[in-house]
Each structure stands twice: as structure tokens, then as C-alpha cells.
Ligand binder design. Structure first.
Ligand SMILES: [Zn+2]
Length: 684
């Protein structure tokens, strides 16, 4: 998935996996004679020339329907399931051990509080009553904003979003970002689109708000009135919010404003006091992503009746924390956010949810307990070498580009050579010693963990950037590129294939699965439509000769058009503009991963494995990274909120642009997977 960007705006996502010694997964059987993972997944009834994604993965899909407690199922879920078994053991041991200090105490006590279903049931909403009382006592719009700020300090994103991240124009410094937010549904589209699916979701959301009030003790007539007003308020925020594709323009979403001048965009809000309440210090300016959003928010908060604002805050408080409360609250939250929005039929068992909560509360602490046994030094070396090989391949390819001037080319190569990489797990681990975890209510542990993280982030302000930090845990099936550090980060879990040890994976598979879909993908993010706007030091700064920029945009536009033409469900198209960065990274990843693969002995020897040539195995290895089936609800959700294209099109939408794909599988002009050369993307 390969994803990411640490700024608050551009969050991408993604994935891949890694091998461990856990129980064999049901999907990828192991035995003394293990089947070839690639050949055993293929669907012999589908031609690679018709639908490559189905050909590569369809055999596996037929044997592995989506379980009722998943919204999608594929390689990422398999990796997570394998990991979960290991993590569960560690947690259970720690709970029994009942250490009185250190990370073992925190892990053991957290597990106890998360698994204590009887205790959670008995408390109902009581742990949140002090906060609900505070909201109830508010007397003015100013107090409402201060309460929202107070809630931000423990992770409730009422009215807006904010956080600490490297300054996009000065990567040496940490900055404080303020962005649009405050919605209970995933983004503006859910409030404004008029297709039947979205209208249905909106109706369900209205009921969900009302039901949440009823669970808090409000009668049903009042609850419906409150819900209608809360939805109306959020719809006004949604209208003032930018579209997904417009959030990917880094210059337009960077507006540095002195704190004392914030009243120029939001005259009635006392931002100095609000920021103090959140805990912002050592700072005289902030970066506002969408100033017009704050202008509207300011107006709305000062014209909306006080009871509606209080209802909005109460709902967001309870709604954000419902899954840690008693069954009635959990079920209500599950019903809307998991079932209606994403199609999940059943909740996961409590122990798996406990692991998710723990990951969100103190993931690195848990990661540290098991990672060294999980990711061998040999594997670390293998993937570090892979990164070097992929970088070299990209350099050669850049040198040969005919459309780019030598001036831009030199700067691009300079940036490429400056890309640093982190593989496996952090050298320095986060110190959680000041986080208080006990065996009391789960929801209070979660609130304290959010407060801890808020303080941890805010403490960075005014200090030099710590470039050794990781924004993902080693047990995360994902990876990212951080433009501010000009670095790629590859967590250990991402390289694994469940049921197989790393040394059992041939180079053809690994170059497709990891070098192309992850390493090449992340490196290309440094040169996608957004990443190319940052220089080798990680600063937003235009280093392109103007004509080369024009040429880049023209060539990238071909990919926008290709993806705009894809309709995965109902009448919903892929958003070619919003997904451009990820699609470019996929395209670049395959091209440079393949170039790097061509330098290996495996490629040169041309020996077949399970009847497949090295080149065929490369393309199948890449497709293994996108082994994923989704429920229709989840697919529709992804099309509205995600800057990544659905898995199928990360394969079928990309390969027709790769010349070697045609030769590897003898694709002919009359085949579905064929597009004429004149319509292919010629960028990297
Ligand atoms: Zn990505």
C-alpha cells in the first residue's frame, strides 16, 4: 500500500506482509511439501489476457470466501491473523505475570481491562459521565469551543482536525497543522451525494445519532429532534469542506498564520485560549489547511443555538468512544460504522478487538516485545539490499528519459540518491513509561493513551525533528513514504507471505511482491504528482524546469483518464485525480521493480518454477500483494474516501502500461488487457 505521507492531509494507505513461524494459515497451507504460493492461487478458468487480477488470485478467492467478521479478505488479513495469535500469547502471559512496573505491567493490565467484558458491561456510559456533565454546563459559544479544545487533548476531533507534523516548507522544524474536520461520517461526500447508496447511508446515520442519544437516556422523540439538528450542523461543515482531490494540492493546503492573527479568518473564536487548552506551546504560528473552513466554523458556532452545539459535542464524545463501552453502545457503533458503511456482518471476537485497541493505544510497546524473533537479520539484510537495487534501477531509468531536461534530471537523481530507508523495526523505541495503564475501565485507558499521545506530539514543537522516529509500528502490514524526511519506511510485517519463511520465497516472487509493489512504489511517491513538489531535503520547493512540469502533467493526465474510465460498482467511477499519486506510484513501482529484477541471476537463468517463467512470476508476485476481495459496501466506501484505487485495478489498471507484461503472457491486440501503445502512459 504502500503509502503515505506524514502530513495530516495526505494519508495514503497500504500494505504487504511477512513471514513468521506461527500456525499455518488456512489460506496458504503448509505441509512438508508446500505448494507454490503463486501457482496455487491462479484461476485456471480465467485467461491472463482477459482479467489478470482474477487469473492471478481467483483460485484463492474461490476457496476463501470473506469471513463474516471481515469487510475484506486477502493477504493483509492473513498476515494480521497470523500476527494476532502471537500477540495474544504475549498478552496472556503478561496478564498472568501481573508485573507491577514497566512495559510488562502496561501490556498485562491493558489486556485485562480490554478483556473484562463483565466489568465493561456493568459500567455502561458511566466512565464518560464527568465529561457529559461538563458539556451540559456550558453557557456560551466561547465555552463550547474551549470544551471542544479540551476534548481534542484526548483525541476527540470535535469541529476540526489538528496535530503536529513536520513543516512542509521547513522540514527541520515541527509545525502545528489545523485542518477541516468535525464530521461523524467519513467525508463531505456522504453528506452531499444524492445516489441511492449514499442517501441510504445518510438515513442510517441519522438513526444512529438518535439511537446513541437514547442509549444515553434521552427519550425517543427528543432524540430524533437532536439527531436532525446534529446532522444539519455537520452538513454545514461538510459543505465548507474541500473535496478529496483538492486536499492533495500541498501549496493550496499550506497557509501559515500567526496565532494572534487567526481572528482574521475566524474573528469570534479565541484561538489563543483554545490552543493553550489543547496544549500547544512554544509556537507563534500555525499552518491552516483550509482557512475558509475555519471561517465557516466560526460563523456556525456563533449562530447555532447553544443546545444544538452541546448535543453535537455530547454525541461526538460518546460516538468516538462507543466501541470501548458496554454491548449496547458497541453494537450501535458496529451497526453503523462496520455493517452499514463497510458491510461487515459480525464483530470480531473480543480478544482480536482487544489487540486492535492495544495497537492504537501503545502499538510500539507491543511491537518491541516480539519483533526481533519475528524478523530475522537475514531478512533485514535481504530487503535493505533490495532497496539499494531498486534505487539504482530508478537512477538508470531516469538517466534515459527523453522528455526531461538534463537540469531537472540532475535534480531528480539528486533527490533519488538522498532517499533514506528504514527496514523492519525502529532503532530507538518510544518510551511509554509516563503512560498510566491500569485494570480499570477500558475506555479510561484509551482516553489516557490519547492524552499521552497528544502530549508526546505537542512536546516536539520548538525542538529539532527526530528523524529516527517511525510513524508505523513494525507489526503493521503497510509502508510509507514521508516527503518531509525524503525517506521510505518498511515495517517488518509488510514483507511476509503467511505460511512461508522468507528464505522459501524466490527472487521473482519477491521482486514483484516487495521490490515493485512496496519498495518501488514508495520510492516513486517521491516523484508522483504530489511528492515531486518536495525537494531532496524534504521541503515544499519547486525544483522543476517549467517545461518539464508541463510535460509531467501532460503524461500523468493519461493515467488520470484511464482510471476515470473505470466503474467498480453501481455507477461509481474511480476518482482519477484523487488516486493519481497512488496510481503513479504503482506504475513506477512495477517499472523499476522489474528493471531491478532483470539484474538478478533468477531472471537471467530463465528457469521455470511450477511451469512459470521468472517474468511471469514477477507479475504474479506483484498481484499477490493485491490479493484482496472486498464487500460491496467497503468497495463503495473506498471509492469515496481513499486515495488508493481498489486492489483489482492496481493490477489490471497498471499492467497494460508495461511492455514486458505483453510478452510475458502473449497478450494480443484483441485481448481485454490490451491497450494500444499510443494510449499507454509514457512517464518513467
Ligand atoms: Zn502509496
Amino acid at each position: 500500500m504502500r503509502v503515505i505521507i506524514s502530513s495530516l492531509l495526505s494519508v495514503a494507505a497500504i500494505i504487504l506482509c511477512q513471514s513468521c513461524n506461527g500456525p499455518a494459515s488456512p489460506a496458504m497451507a503448509t505441509s512438508n511439501a508446500k505448494p507454490d504460493v503463486l501457482a496455487s492461487h491462479t484461476d485456471s478458468t480465467t485467461s491472463p489476457a482477459t482479467d489478470f487480477f482474477q487469473y492471478a488470485n481467483g483460485g484463492w478467492f474461490k476457496k476463501n470466501p470473506i469471513p463474516s467478521d471481515e469487510t475484506s479478505y486477502g493477504i493483509g488479513e492473513l498476515v494480521q491473523r497470523e500476527l494476532s495469535e502471537k500477540l495474544r500469547q504475549i498478552n496472556e502471559e503478561m496478564e498472568k505475570k501481573a508485573a507491577t512496573s514497566g512495559v510488562e505491567q502496561q501490556v498485562g493490565d491493558f489486556w485485562h481491562s480490554a478483556m473484562d467484558s463483565a466489568g465493561i458491561e456493568g459500567m455502561g456510559v458511566k466512565p464518560l459521565q464527568p465529561e457529559l456533565d461538563r458539556i451540559n454546563a456550558l453557557k456560551s459559544a466561547e465555552e463550547v469551543m474551549l470544551q471542544a479544545a479540551h476534548m481534542h487533548a484526548f483525541g476527540i476531533g470535535a469541529f476540526f482536525e489538528e496535530g503536529v507534523s513536520q513543516d512542509a516548507k521547513n522540514s527541520e522544524m515541527e509545525a502545528y497543522y489545523m485542518n477541516q474536520g468535525g464530521l461523524g461520517m467519513p467525508n463531505r461526500d456522504y453528506y452531499l451525494k444524492t445516489d441511492a447508496r449514499t442517501v441510504g447511508i445518510r438515513t442510517a446515520y441519522l438513526k444512529h445519532i438518535a439511537k446513541t442519544f437514547i442509549l444515553c437516556g434521552v427519550d425517543s422523540v427528543q432524540a430524533e429532534k437532536k439527531a436532525t439538528e446534529v446532522l444539519k450542523f455537520e452538513t454545514a461543515l461538510a459543505k465548507a469542506s474541500r473535496k478529496l482531490e483538492d486536499l492533495r494540492e500541498p501549496y493550496k493546503n499550506y497557509n501559515k498564520i500567526a496565532i494572534i492573527n487567526l481572528n482574521s479568518i475566524a474573528p469570534k473564536t479565541n484561538w489563543t485560549l483554545c490552543l493553550q487548552t489543547i496544549g500547544v506551546k512554544n509556537l507563534d504560528s500555525v499552518i491552516v489547511g483550509q482557512p475558509e473552513f475555519y471561517t465557516t466554523l466560526d460563523k456556525l458556532v456563533n449562530t447555532t443555538p447553544l443546545p444544538v452545539l452541546k448535543d453535537y459535542l455530547s454525541f461526538h464524545l460518546v460516538n468516538s468512544l462507543s466501541e470501548y463501552l458496554s454491548t449496547a453502545f458497541f453494537n450501535e457503533s458496529f451497526g453503523f460504522y462496520r455493517k452499514t458503511l463497510r458491510g461487515q456482518e459480525q464483530p470480531r471476537p473480543r480478544w482480536r478487538r482487544a489487540l486492535e485497541y492495544e495497537h492504537s493505544a501503545m502499538g510500539e510497546a507491543v511491537g518491541k516485545l516480539f519483533v526481533k524473533e519475528y524478523f530475522s537479520q537475514n531478512a533485514k539484510k535481504r530487503y535493505e539490499t533490495l532497496v539499494v537495487n531498486v534505487k539504482n534501477a530508478y537512477k538508470t531509468r531516469m538517466q534515459q528519459l527523453t522528455w526531461m531536461s538534463s537540469e531537472t534530471k540532475q535534480k531528480a537523481i539528486n533527490k533519488l540518491e538522498s532517499i533514506t530507508y528504514k527496514v523492519g523495526y525502529p532503532e530507538h523505541w518510544r518510551d511509554y513509561s509516563s503512560l498510566k495503564i491500569d485494570r480499570g475501565p477500558l475506555v479510561l485507558n484509551m482516553i489516557r493513551a490519547s492524552q499521552w499521545f497528544n502530549n508526546y506530539q505537542l512536546n516536539k514543537l520548538g525542538k529539532p525533528v527526530n528523524r529516527t522516529e517511525w510513524d508505523m509500528t513494525p507489526q503493521t502490514y503497510n509502508a510509507y513514504y514521508n516527503p518531509s524526511n525524503n525517506e521510505i519506511v518498511l515495517p517488518a510485517a509488510m514483507m511476509s507471505v503467511p505460511g512461508y519463511k522468507d528464505e522459501e520465497l524466490d527472487d521473482a516472487l519477491v521482486y514483484g511482491y516487495t521490490a515493485a509493489s512496496t519498495v518501488g512504489h514508495e520510492i516513486t511517491h517521491g516523484f508522483d504528482d504530489e511528492g515531486r513538489k518536495y525537494d531532496e531535503k524534504g521541503n515544499l520547493h519547486n525544483w522543476w524546469v517549467p517545461q518539464d512540469s508541463v510535460e509531467f502533467v501532460k503524461r500523468a493526465q493519461v493515467l488520470v483518464k484511464q482510471f476515470n474510465g473505470i466503474i467498480p460498482i453501481d455507477t461509481m467511477h474511480i476518482n482519477g485525480e484523487a488516486t493519481l499519486g497512488e496510481n503513479l506510484a504503482d506504475l513506477g513501482g512495477v517499472l523499476i521493480g522489474l528493471d531491478a529484477f532483470k539484474q538478478t541471476d533468477t531472471y537471467k537463468k530463465r528457469e521455470k518454477i511450477s511451469g512459470l517463467t521468472p517474468l511471469q512470476r514477477f507479475f504474479l508476485g506483484y498481484s499477490l500483494g493485491w490479493l484482496l476481495e472486498q464487500r460491496p459496501e467497503r468497495l463503495a466506501n473506498q471509492l469515496l474516501v481513499d486515495v488508493h484505487s481498489p486492489a483489482k485495478y492496481r493490477v489490471n489498471g497498471i499492467f497494460p502500461n508495461i511492455p514486458d507484461f505483453y510478452t510475458a503472457f502473449s497478450i494480443k491486440p484483441t485481448d481485454k488487457m490490451y491497450i494500444p501503445d499510443s494510449m499507454r502512459v509514457h512517464l518513467w
